[in-house]
Design a protein. Structure first.
Length: 237
């Protein structure tokens, strides 16, 4: 079994080295870049399983780099930022990041998030490999004109494929498999991220909004993912 490769992108050498020490202590291989441009060059030449990406960097910042990476790659991206404002977190998640951590951070928490994101990504890749087996029977969820293939991690609406990140896909599947059941933000976070939920965390809401923008005709008047005010979200039966 190959060791996962983590790309650490941060313009501060001390932070790159600190993260490197903790990840290598957990058995991961690491690559390091000091800005977004260098990160993109590394990705051209190396297979990477997860990226830890700082937002504030020279040449090409983390937001711009994330947008470019998401044009071709689906591996998990965890963003780092010295800014703690909600708008910065929302911006990072909106560009395609799967998780967000504010500096200064506990290295052990970062490692826990790396492990969580890699577990989800492994499930995604395993489904892709299984889909090549001709004897494998696809598991399909159909919600009106929305079709979710649980084996290939493909989503189609009216026959047109919709690209979701692994995290967005997991949230949609959770709600789709439990139609009629209302999930609180905490329920969704615990089920998908498998980490302790913080009441101030708006990660789930950002991801729900991104999913709606992709699958709904009108994201402000959603047909699929409904808001149950004061409780959470559901997909009707």
């Amino acid at each position: 079994m190959k060791e996962e490769v983590i790309l650490i992108v941060d313009d501060e050498k001390e932070i790159r080295e600190l993260i490197d020490i903790y990840l290598k202590g957990e058995g991961y291989n690491t690559l390091k870049a000091e800005d977004g441009e260098e990160a993109l060059e590394i990705l051209k030449k190396n297979e990477v399983d997860l990226i830890i990406l700082d937002i504030m960097m020279p040449k090409l910042n983390g937001i711009e780099a994330c947008l470019k990476i998401r044009e071709e790659r689906e591996m998990p991206i965890i963003m780092l930022s010295a800014k703690s404002q909600d708008i910065d977190k929302i911006l990072g998640l909106n560009t395609g990041a799967d998780d967000y951590l504010t500096k200064p951070f506990n290295p052990l928490e970062l490692v826990a998030r790396v492990k969580s994101q890699l577990r989800r990504y492994k499930r995604f890749n395993k489904s892709q490999i299984n889909s090549d087996n001709k004897e494998n029977k696809f598991d399909i969820l159909e919600i009106d004109d929305l079709v979710i293939n649980l084996e290939t991690h493909e989503v189609f609406k009216d026959g047109v494929e919709i690209k979701l990140t692994p995290t967005e896909f997991d949230i949609l599947v959770l709600l789709g498999k439990n139609r009629g059941k209302v999930f609180s933000i905490e329920n969704i976070y615990n089920s998908v991220w498998k980490q302790e939920f913080m009441q101030s965390d708006n990660t789930v809401m950002v991801h729900i909004r991104k999913i709606r923008e992709k699958i709904e005709d009108d994201s402000r008047n959603p047909k699929f993912i409904k808001t149950v005010w004061g409780v959470g979200y559901k997909i009707d039966k």
